[in-house]
Design a protein around this ligand. Structure first.
Ligand code: SF4
Ligand code: SF4
Length: 273
């Protein structure tokens, strides 16, 4: 259980995953940034009194590509950039953004649901895990995909903490830039993993067929391999391996990051004690 505000942790990043921003078929960073820039220009007119919220809604519906990956999950038209510098995403109807007036009642979920929602990351992540994510990522797109993928975060810490024999300290990450960089490289795999399965719509280990979703399974037997220790990471990265050599390359990538992290962590500890 974490006592940190994971949704809007600081000025450099935030998350709006539960408002459905990654659920658009067009969910790359540039596509979402374009969408949010358009919504921002419309919302400025609403604030100036030259557009009503109904007209806002209608403009978004007609102008944007509304196709969703998982149709059962709503993608809210009021999610967008919530700061001038476009570093944070969130709810444009929230009182912190409107300057005091809570307008979330007009939304699909309504104010009470929006206000009371805390995703499972709040329950499942350990405080040190969350603090390490916060100290390494300063980009809304990557942050939202990482902080909501509990398996991806926890697998890393489980594997390195087993090797180190202790909990990874967020202070160590702050003190040793090399450590933070390795962790950042691991998290960045969420956006630049070369073995991503593009054949079907996916969020991490889940894939979707119409209204249904299922958890993927990698057929290691077909590749002539045993289930590797990084299976949960490969699933979080929506992996698909055409042949054994791809699996070997993927394993080596994760291996190098974990070993590099442990090596650097132990070295910095020796220097400080
Ligand atoms: S997915 Fe979780 S961290 Fe992200 S905005 Fe929703 S409740 Fe907050
Ligand atoms: S109204 Fe609710 S679902 Fe929509 S952006 Fe705001 S918090 Fe998210």
């Amino acid at each position: 259980m974490v006592n940190i505000h994971l949704c809007q942790p600081d000025a450099t990043k935030s998350c709006a995953a539960c408002c459905g921003i990654y659920n658009y078929v067009e969910n790359t960073r540039p596509a979402l940034a374009r969408r949010f820039a358009y919504r921002g220009s419309l919302m400025a007119k609403v604030r100036a009194g030259t557009l009503t919220l109904d007209e806002y809604r209608s403009a978004v519906r007609h102008r944007e590509d509304g196709r969703r990956i998982f149709k059962t999950i709503y993608s809210c038209e009021f999610a967008g950039f919530v700061d001038e510098s476009r570093q944070r995403v969130g709810c444009m109807l929230h009182p912190m953004v409107t300057g005091g007036c809570d307008m979330r009642d007009v939304s699909f979920y309504g104010r009470d649901i929006c206000d009371g929602h805390f995703c499972p990351s709040y329950q499942k992540l350990a405080t040190n895990e969350a603090l390490c994510v916060l100290s390494c990522i300063d980009d809304w797109y990557l942050y939202g995909s990482v902080i909501t993928d509990i398996d991806f975060v926890k697998s890393f810490f489980r594997l390195v903490q087993d090797r180190l024999g202790e909990e990874v300290s967020p202070e160590a990450l702050k003190a040793v830039p090399g450590l933070a960089r390795i962790l950042q490289n691991y998290f960045s795999l969420k956006v630049d993993w070369p073995f991503r399965d593009t054949a079907k719509p996916r969020f991490g280990k889940y894939y979707f067929v119409g209204e249904e979703y299922a958890v993927d399974r990698i057929d290691y037997e077909r590749l002539g391999a045993d289930i590797p220790p990084y299976d949960s990471i490969f699933l979080s990265l929506s992996s698909s391996f055409a042949a054994k050599d791809e699996l070997d390359r993927a394993t080596a990538t994760i291996d190098n990051l974990l070993k590099g992290f442990c090596h650097e962590y132990e070295r910095s500890h020796r220097e400080h004690h």
